[in-house]
Design a protein around this ligand. Sequence first.
Ligand code: ZN
Length: 266
Amino acid sequence: MAYYEDLTPYEYDEDARGDLNVGWLEAGRTYPKAEPAPALVAALLRCSRRPVRLYRGFHDCDLCEDASAVQTWPFQSGGRRYYLGNGEIRVQGADMRWFAAPTLVAHYVAHHHYAPPPAFCDAVIEVAHRLPNLDANALAALAAMSPSERLDFCLDLVRASNVVGHPWATTALQALLAARPAIDPSRRKEFRAELDALYDVIVLAQDPADGPPPWLHEATKNAVQIVFAARSEETLDEDSFDLAADAIESVLEGGVDVSATMMRLT
Ligand SMILES: [Zn+2]
């Protein structure tokens, strides 16, 4: 990954709007240090769950002398796993300036005691405060579900959040709900084709100007991925847990009242 001094202009892409670089560290360069504040690390992790400008694959930390000694990802915190190094965080500061930081900045702060500029820290904490976050009780309830219960819950939640005026989504979700009989490996290929088709419908529905809000797309995509995980012969429990938690938070981010369905997590 490239090195940029903090608060220099971000020039990675053309629509950078005068964003300012933060946290583009490199081995051999000095950087400001401070004891990491747990609230800042938590906020950075929460923001890194919605990365922008995704890379192909993951960047490893250049500062870790022994990469195997400190695992950059998944980064475990508060019962969740975070995949850092595959994108960027963008937050807007109090003076309306935008900051662009690699998601690895959470690792830099937590493990290498990097001290980002205060205006960036304030912006990250402010943005993270507005993002929905499942608490420990909800995560424990989610973890206690079997993969198929989790799938049912997520699909019901996405369906409950489905807003009037998106008949395409209702159709897609009804098909998903209908396509969840007991896992039968011999029919797996068949389901994959069916779900691939559904996924295409969801992606295509993003195109019209009055298409669904991005969070609904994200939540539905997650639900589809959970279906895949539930249907695979080797059930990916940890992955489907992460996907489920992400899907729930995406739905909550949409601001639709899904409290009745969420009661099942209390
Ligand atoms: Zn490191």
